[in-house]
Design a binder for this molecule. Sequence first.
Ligand SMILES: [Zn+2]
Length: 93
Amino acid sequence: MPTKLRKLKEEAVISCTKRLHNMGNFIGWTGVGHKEGQRIHTAYCKYCRLYVQVILRPLPNEINIGGNAVAITCPNNPYKEPIKARLKSPIIN
Ligand SMILES: [Zn+2]
């Protein structure tokens, strides 16, 4: 995985974890208007299904890191605190 993409994913997961989400692994897909190989990587919170997406080379109307999981605090986290161990675990995909 390119280093910059990995950094973006780590940054995204850290932001979501601070908002109490418990993010699953990223899944890459080709977005509308994107060439093949310019993937959008999306991960969902295991508690509430809000998402974060990472785009290495965003279109002019897009951003590197976006999604409702970076904007909204997790409503379903049963512990009401971030998953600290998650920050140390490797990010797959
Ligand atoms: Zn959540």
